[in-house]
Design a protein around this ligand. Structure first.
Ligand code: ZN
Length: 159
């Protein structure tokens, strides 16, 4: 079965930077609903069209097409008193972006005196990245999955 509109695709991927350094990889297979549901970057999704089980897809994406441009405005300094005492570099906190109202994840990037510096950018923001994808399964989506716009079951949403 080939990948087309309303197919559920199970895949594994590896993500590299432009120097070929491994940034991330799936530990468990991941499933997404194909067909413009916004589950994966659109340019990656278009490269998947027509592929089938066993095929490999490699695509290089600019920041704007993957994890976004790096936004200096998402770097903030906050008083340490707002955080639990065990606050440390690398910890992640949820906060609202005052501009968009969306909930963002802020990573603690440094601690200095009574200040904590947080970065709300995705860790791969501003990077051109290369996805190397291996397709492990393709099946038709159920009516319920199409209505919800995401995959149900083992590699999907549980609800
Ligand atoms: Zn659902």
């Amino acid at each position: 079965m080939q990948i087309s509109q309303d197919r559920v695709v199970t895949l594994q991927y590896r993500l590299f930077d432009t120097q070929g350094q491994l940034l991330d990889q799936t530990r468990e297979p991941l499933a997404y609903l194909h067909g413009g549901y916004g589950n994966i970057p659109p340019k990656l999704e278009s490269a998947m069209l027509g592929k089938q089980v066993g095929d490999q897809v490699a695509v290089t994406l600019l920041p704007v097409d993957s994890f976004g441009e790096y936004d200096e405005a998402l770097v903030r300094e906050e008083p340490k008193t707002l955080f639990p005492p065990e606050v440390a570099e690398g910890m992640v906190f949820q906060a609202q972006d005052p501009q968009s109202g969306h909930t963002l994840l802020f990573r603690v990037v440094s601690l200095s005196g009574d200040k904590v510096t947080l970065d709300g950018n995705h860790p791969f923001a501003g990077m051109t990245v290369r996805f190397e994808v291996e397709i492990q399964d393709v099946r038709a989506a159920s009516e319920e999955e199409k209505a919800h716009g995401h995959v149900h079951g083992e590699q999907g949403h549980h609800h």
